[in-house]
Design a protein. Structure first.
Length: 353
């Protein structure tokens, strides 16, 4: 299976309701793919800066409304403490978050880039979330346990990363580009030319777990990427290292940044460089990162994986809610921050980095 067939897969999935083998012997793993609308855009990071009101950079957050600054893993129960979720799968109270993209004007002020829902999905802003199972049945992936957390990417990164885990796709005006996710011409760097359909940011999590630790000091050591043949294919493929033998679902985020209102090159920097900057202050693109705190109700995620659920519905296995209901789930900002104006500095820009 190659990523370039994913768009096709997503169309076919509508008819078949699960992964399978399609004309040309293209094999698609079963995968949940659903929209989680914006819960809040906020300077909190309960994973990396627990308890800190006013994290060094701003994030966009989706999922269950128990999200807050502390989320102490010993006491915080995302399922019990949430009363709603901004995701369309009604039993998913997990939280997902990423950095925020800004446009930097010639006069040096910053404007937040709005987000739009991904292809074939509805909602407002937010993240398209994937959970991908193994291609070959039975799907032996082990769903996450309560308290599980993880992080991909590095907010301080200033160089190209070894693994293709975060990247940018310059989207065409209509529809999908049929090429391998995170392979050329996708890039770890932000695109250098205007993108007619916006910029899609992709974050891919590892598929191997040590089987013991729900988290680790760097939020990464308890998980690992697979290696060997197929390791860069979609889904939990390749071989897990013996230190991290348990195969977990592949979590992936896609965030579509609607850069269209900024695509006029006459407002781009006069030196020809590109004008977008992550909320970390990074205009290269390497600092994009994704945070994950597991919060599915009971064994609903395991069931979805076992039943090879695909797409944004799985009748009989998974409870869904409408986009309208998901949109009602928001939380107020803790740190008051202007999200719409032209800012003289990035949120948190007054803090030492
Ligand atoms: C698809 O797989 C079948 C069975 O392995 C094989 O007979 C057929 O030639 C393959 N078709 C293509 C287009 O590769
Ligand atoms: C976060 O939520 C938990 C559970 O609802 C609560 O006990 C805790 O006090 C909250 N923390 C903050 C900083 O709001
Ligand atoms: C800076 O530039 C932006 C975009 O051109 C404009 O909307 C804004 O008013 C300008 N701000 C100032 C203080 O000149
Ligand atoms: C998205 O919106 C379209 C058009 O209104 C509708 O046909 C479709 O059912 C919606 N999908 C979801 C998952 O809400
Ligand atoms: C799943 O587990 C069963 C039983 O251990 C095994 O026979 C099968 O090969 C496994 N499937 C995959 C895709 O690893």
């Amino acid at each position: 299976m190659q990523w370039k067939y994913l768009a096709l897969a997503l169309l076919v999935e509508r008819a078949l309701g699960q992964g399978g083998t399609f004309p040309g012997n293209i094999t698609i793993p079963p995968m949940l793919r659903f929209q989680c609308s914006q819960l809040v855009v906020e300077r909190l990071d309960p994973l990396v800066n627990p308890g800190l009101i006013g994290s060094p950079h701003i994030h966009q957050i989706v999922g269950g409304n128990s999200f807050n600054a502390s989320m102490d893993p010993a006491t915080h129960d995302l399922v019990k403490d949430s009363t709603c979720t901004s995701c369309t799968f009604a039993d998913d109270f997990s939280n997902y978050w990423t950095a925020v993209l800004y446009f930097k004007a010639r006069n040096g002020t910053f404007k937040r880039v709005p987000q739009i829902p991904n292809l074939m999905l509805n909602g407002t802003g937010g993240i398209t979330v994937y959970y991908i199972a193994q291609t070959v049945a039975p799907s032996n992936v082990t769903a996450f346990k309560p308290g599980f957390r993880m992080l991909v990417g590095d907010a301080a990164a200033t160089n190209k990363q070894e693994q293709r885990k975060t990247c940018h796709r310059c989207m065409p005006k209509d529809g999908e580009n049929l090429w391998l996710n995170c392979a050329s011409p996708d890039s770890q760097e932000l695109p250098t030319a205007p993108c007619a359909g916006g910029i899609r940011s992709v974050i891919t999590f590892p598929t191997c777990w040590d089987g013991k630790n729900l988290d680790s000091p760097d939020h990464k050591s308890h998980i690992a990427y697979a290696t060997g043949a197929g390791a860069t294919d979609v889904g939990p493929t390749g071989v897990c290292p013996s230190s991290h033998p348990v195969v977990i679902p592949q979590v992936m985020y896609e965030v579509v940044w609607d850069t269209r209102e900024f695509n006029d090159k006459s407002i781009w920097p006069a030196d020809g460089s590109q004008p977008f900057v992550w909320s970390t202050g990074d205009s290269e693109g390497y600092s994009q990162h994704g945070d994950y705190v597991f919060g599915w109700k009971d064994d609903s995620l395991q069931k979805a994986m076992d039943n090879r659920c695909t797409g944004d519905a799985c009748p009989g296995t998974m409870k869904t809610q409408t986009t309208e209901e998901a949109l009602k789930c928001t939380v107020p900002q803790t740190v008051n921050q202007d999200l719409e104006g032209w800012l003289t500095e990035l949120p948190g820009g007054d803090l030492p980095h």
